[in-house]
Design a protein. Structure first.
Length: 499
């Protein structure tokens, strides 16, 4: 099972790593083209699209992964895709029309720049919703190649079109948003054709009882995801209200860079885990599912703990690589954001028992509580202490969410944190940190960017971390066998070169 999971993980790897790298490419460009205030407007407008998707369509995307296997097993994919089309329409069209009406009523209270950006953001929501739900179908089909191809095409295509509009036609951040919208719009017909190939989509195949079942599953998740929007993005609006758009830009640039780094790992686990867990649950039952979930958790801790710690340790040089001087102060939130992203995925893993048993209402309730805790702390602290405290309150919110999800899921699927692995990863991370700091300190200061020393430190960190885990006895028999095979191959290659 671990091998199957790793195959899935690496199958989706390009779809997450390469787009994340695109984020690291575009951020230096955007932060040099636009000052923090304009970046802040871009972040605020983009949050509107995220909010609308979370509220109207995110639950439908999760439902696709949950129900696709059932329809396929019963040879009812014609009904699935036909009903899906109507379900998407009942979500996207009303949400878009209401949003346009609300935006028009608020026009006198918004700057012309923000009004235009939000208008584009609503249009982007509609296109993105259809595209993302179809991508969830590809995940349910376990077609990692299809998913990866369209993820890369839309991500890089959107960036390319957006930058072309900015550079060639003199647009500002609105050009970037138009580029993303065009990329989604072009991709949707091709993705639909490939995802639904071999099925007949027609009004005759729409089954309204099935649509109601999808909505019963999706609606609580949508409410919970709206709360998660509050946990992840509401702090930007609080910062903008009390501290100004420049602070929004500083916070958002650092948040986006850090979040993309850890979210690569989190997204890979999310894409790979749930389809596998559903197969195990349907085919082998609860005990096998619990063992599989424990394996997922162990692998995630081994990879996630050092990644979050490394970002926190090198926050200042990390931000300095990708942004100009005007954005460097944002390094102060990197550590909080890194561990928030790490704990977010851990809470997802802990909640799979509720997802499998379709207890989405409980998931939503937990997310609402965590979001309210975060929002209350943000409103209390940010006006007085500034945008850095938004990183702290976000971390607290995710810790609350993790505790609630882990506790609530136990009634449906026993999930236990592998304490021995957690202990070993913490010890190995501490060893890694000591060696890394000692290596980088030779450059003069850990707060300043020295790229050659940073690369050397990262290499030393990885070596020390995995050697420490090996010495602590964390590797199981299968992993030791793979490592020995790799060592023997490297030895044979080295012997061949010497010969």
């Amino acid at each position: 099972m671990q091998k199957a999971f790793l195959r899935q993980l690496f199958g989706y790897l390009p779809s997450k790593v390469i787009p994340a790298l695109a984020g690291f490419v575009i951020t230096p460009i955007v932060t040099r083209l636009f000052l923090p205030a304009e970046y802040g407007y871009w972040a605020l407008a983009g949050g509107v699209s995220d909010f609308l998707y979370a509220l109207a369509c995110s639950g439908i995307g999760a439902a696709m992964v949950r129900f696709f296997a059932t329809y396929k097993a019963r040879a009812r994919l014609d009904v699935f895709f036909s009903t899906l089309g109507v379900t998407i329409g009942t979500a996207v069209i009303p949400a878009s029309l209401i949003s346009f009406a609300v935006l028009l009523s608020l026009r006198s209270h918004l700057t012309s720049v923000l009004y235009t950006l939000i208008l584009i953001s609503i249009l982007t929501f509609a296109a993105r919703a259809v595209f993302t739900i179809l991508m969830n179908v590809a995940v349910a089909q376990e077609r990692s190649g299809l998913y990866t191809a369209f993820e890369l095409l839309t991500r890089y295509g959107g960036i390319g079109l957006g930058l072309a509009l900015v550079i060639a036609f003199g647009l500002r951040v609105d050009g970037l948003m138009w580029g993303a919208l065009l990329a989604f719009a072009v991709a949707i017909p091709f993705l639909l054709t490939l995802a639904a190939k071999g099925t007949r989509i027609s009004a005759k195949n729409v089954h309204f009882p099935d649509m109601l079942e999808m909505w019963r599953y999706a609606l609580p998740l949508a409410i919970g995801n709206m709360a998660m929007w509050g946990l992840r993005l509401s702090d930007r609006y609080v910062i903008g209200l009390f501290r100004g758009e420049s602070d929004v830009g500083l916070y958002s640039a650092a948040y986006n860079l850090t979040g993309k780094s850890v979210d690569v790992l989190a997204a890979l686990f999310g894409l790979s885990m749930f389809p596998i867990l559903m197969k195990v649950w349907e085919g082998e039952g609860r005990v096998a599912t619990e063992k599989t979930l424990a394996m997922f958790t162990r692998v995630y801790l081994i990879l996630g703990v050092p990644m979050a710690a490394g970002l926190a340790l090198f926050a200042s040089p990390f931000i300095s690589i990708f942004t100009p001087q005007a954005y460097h102060d944002g390094y102060r939130v990197v550590g909080y954001v890194a561990f928030s992203a790490f704990i977010w995925q851990l809470s997802q893993i802990a909640s799979y028992g509720m997802l499998i048993k379709q207890k989405t209402g409980q998931i939503a309730a937990n997310q609402i509580v965590a979001a309210l805790v975060n929002l209350g702390l943000t409103l209390l602290l940010v006006p007085r202490y500034g945008y850095v405290t938004a990183g702290v309150t976000t971390l607290v919110g995710y810790i609350v969410l993790f505790a609630l999800q882990a506790y609530s899921s136990q009634a449906y699927l026993t999930w236990q944190l592998p304490w021995r692995t957690l202990r070993n990863t913490i010890i190995a991370t501490l060893c890694m940190g000591i060696v890394t700091v000692a290596t980088y300190s030779v450059s003069g200061s850990i707060m300043e960017l020295r790229l050659s020393y940073l690369l050397l430190s990262v290499g030393a960190a990885m070596l020390v971390y995995f050697v420490s885990l090996w010495l602590l006895g964390e590797a199981n028999e299968e992993e030791r066998a793979v490592a020995n095979q790799l060592r023997q191959r490297l030895g044979a290659m080295a012997h061949g070169v010497d010969g």
